[in-house]
Design a protein around this ligand. Structure first.
Ligand code: B12
Length: 305
């Protein structure tokens, strides 16, 4: 196990300053350090976090993971280093742990320490859930563990929403659904969360929503955008095959259609998709910011999340 100790170069890298600046902070007593017998400065993660908070450097935060816990120290280091592999691994550990609400506390910790929300979704939860799928596949965890991890993650994403810094509410309305037989909706939850933060009103229809029903709801709701998510390859192919009718209905109303999910990570080659599709929540965020930025603002609406 690697110790939670940083070198002068690592601290410099964290705060985007030179090593000379870090040494000066240490010599002035602002940043606690220890010297090795060879005269090298070594910095404990805890001291670096305290320094960052005291002087307003990122990362900052008020939530602490339990003191002394090995995984917590590993996490503090991973957050400081923006080491997403370790964060995903820790997420997977938390998600299969029997301690309820561990996942929420962990996601909240990341957010409070300025890990961008899109990174939490694309680079922590997504690979973390993939690891959980692999553990189950290798028989290292049971189906019950996998189900618990999925449901804890959904709860955590919903709970986290209430503490996110929300952008100005807009008049934009999105409809989010997993079409037909698609039962995997964690990715869709991430997408809905990002849109909520961007000030959209989100109508979350969730898993297994028939395409016809999505079309009908669109006529009633007149959204600006429909987001569909598929995870199973066969569902993605079925979606593409049956999307014509929905597209026609949406086109008539000038509603944007955006697709996303696991089968689209290869850029849609497997499914030969020709729609707007994104493999990540960051991709969607960039798209909505570019496409909808000129829409006039309206009064507050209550988000459905
Ligand atoms: C959790 C999980 C489940 C949970 C789902 C719970 C839930 N509420 O979602 C449960 C236990 C219910 C489940 C069930 C099944 N599962 Co499952 N499951 C998984 C697992 C472990 C994680 C999926 C996940 O949540 N990922 C995390 C999210 C955040 O990632 P994401 O969906 O990719 O979303 C990201 C992006 O894609 C993007 N995005 C997603 N949607 C959208 C939409 C838009 C518009 C945009 C812009 C972006 C976007 O943003 C997100 C953030 O980065 C995967 C393993 C894996 N390798 O992925 C298997 C996996 C997906 N499941 C699989 C299977 C086979 C099944 C079952 C058939 C198993 C069974 N025998 O019963 C069933 C049936 C499901 C069905 N009919 O749909 C296979 C699918 C293989 C395939 N054919 O494609 C996988 C890959 C496991 C495996 N290796 O075999 N599963």
């Amino acid at each position: 196990m690697r110790k939670a100790i940083l070198s002068t170069a690592e601290v410099a890298n964290l705060f985007s300053v030179t090593e000379t600046t870090v040494k000066r902070w240490a010599d002035e007593g602002k940043l606690k350090c220890q010297k090795t017998p060879g005269g090298h400065r070594k910095f404990e993660t805890k001291g670096v976090i305290e320094f960052a908070e005291m002087y307003g450097f990122s990362p900052t935060g008020t939530l602490s993971l339990p003191e002394g816990d090995e995984l917590s120290r590993k996490m503090e280091l991973a957050v400081l280093r923006r080491d997403f592999n370790s964060m995903a691994q820790a997420f997977a550990e938390k998600a299969v742990s029997p301690q309820q609400s561990d996942v929420y506390k962990f996601l909240s910790y990341l957010y409070q320490h300025h890990v961008p929300l899109t990174d939490i979704y694309d680079s922590v939860i997504r690979p973390g859930m993939q690891q959980i799928g692999d553990l189950w596949y290798r028989g290292e965890i049971s189906v019950a563990h996998e189900h618990q991890a999925a449901s804890e993650t959904v709860s955590a994403i919903i709970r986290l929403q209430s503490e996110l810094r929300m952008g100005k509410q807009t008049a934009l309305l999105a409809l989010c659904a997993c079409p037909e037989e698609e039962q995997h909706d964690i990715g869709l939850r991430c997408v809905a969360s990002i849109l909520g933060v961007e000030g959209w009103t989100v109508h979350y229809l969730g898993a297994r929503t028939p395409m016809d029903s999505i079309g009908e709801f669109c006529r009633e709701l007149k959204p600006s955008m429909v987001c569909l998510s598929t995870t199973m390859e066969e569902n993605a192919r079925a979606l593409v095959a049956g999307i014509g009718k929905l597209k026609k209905a949406l086109h008539a109303k000038k509603v944007r259609l955006v697709l996303g999910g696991r089968p689209l990570m290869d850029g849609g080659r497997q499914t030969n998709i020709r729609e707007n599709f994104f493999a990540t929540s960051a991709g969607l965020l960039e798209y909505v910011r570019t496409e909808f930025q000129k829409t006039p603002k309206r009064e507050m609406q209550t988000s459905m999340l």
